[in-house]
Design a protein around this ligand. Structure first.
Ligand code: SIN
Length: 275
């Protein structure tokens, strides 16, 4: 696929953009790379369709946006430690990512985001939902924005990946990461404020007990997934989604029991986050 006419269309009111007219198997020009980066920072996730990528091309594409994070908990594509397998086999009942979360918030320098490439999708189902944490933040009252502006939250990987005998993950003993981040961050690229707590990995507000934190966190979790903040991506083989962990949450819908879904994920390193 070769084309010079790039088009960018919003996928939802607040989040997501579909980019067409781009062949990701070829090195990007500087202008194209900057356009993708800007759109990603602005819309939180960008989608491409009908891409044909070898593992080497997928790795080459990711490297144009930063260093690659080699995942400690997911199996990798054979011979390619950079490519994490997000796979659900027909006999498995739990998927990976089947709850709202943002990846790597348990790291001191959370990953920028991931490029997920669809190699084998089920005949129906297996969509991914995204929600904008810019929109979630913007819609809060000034009072709650003020309160959250003074809070930091503790995130952990231990309760998710540290659980032995979960056949979706490996290296349970490596799940030792906890990190503290502002509850509202200033996105390093867009400069916009984004809510930065999530149901997958956030434990509590710093200096608060779990019990004290629960009520406010649960309020924020209900608020942050209002449909007007989100979009839904329906995969086809060859689709690629590139999301920004600092601006979005995502949720892999687990509605394809008995079918196989195989995705290749490459995660790109990020930076420490500031209020
Ligand atoms: C993930 O949470 O990284 C997986 C998302 C998906 O499989 O759709």
């Amino acid at each position: 696929m070769r084309s010079n006419t790039i088009q960018i269309r919003p996928a939802g009111a607040s989040v997501g953009a579909e980019i067409t007219g781009v062949d990701l198997s070829e090195p990007l020009t500087g202008v194209l790379r900057d356009t993708i980066k800007r759109t990603l920072a602005d819309r939180g996730v960008v989608f491409f369709r009908d891409q044909t990528l070898t593992p080497e091309q997928h790795i080459g594409l990711a490297r144009q946006f930063g260093d690659i994070n080699v995942n400690r908990f997911f199996s990798n594509a054979e011979g390619y430690p950079e490519i994490a397998l997000v796979v659900k086999e027909p006999h498995q009942t739990k998927n990976i990512g089947g709850g709202w979360h943002t990846d790597h918030s348990y790291d001191v320098e959370p990953a920028l985001g991931s490029m997920l490439y669809a190699r084998e999708v089920p005949p129906t189902g297996g969509d991914t939902l995204f929600s904008s944490m810019y929109a979630a933040y913007d819609a809060l009252s000034d009072g709650l924005k003020h309160t959250l502006g003074g809070l930091r939250a503790v995130h952990s990987s231990r309760h998710v990946f540290g659980v032995a005998r979960d056949d979706r993950f490996r290296n349970a003993e490596a799940a030792v990461q906890d990190a503290v981040h502002p509850a509202v961050i200033t996105h390093p690229d867009s400069g916009r404020k984004a809510l930065y707590v999530n149901p997958g990995f956030t434990l509590r507000f710093e200096g608060w007990t779990d019990d004290e934190s629960r009520g406010l966190l649960e309020y924020l979790y209900r608020h942050a997934v209002k449909p007007e903040f989100g979009c839904r991506f329906v995969w086809q083989n060859g689709s690629l989604a590139f999301w920004d962990n600092r601006a979005t949450w995502h949720y892999a819908v687990n509605d394809y029991q008995g079918e196989r879904r195989l995705m290749h994920r490459i995660t790109i390193e990020g930076c420490a986050l500031a209020a």
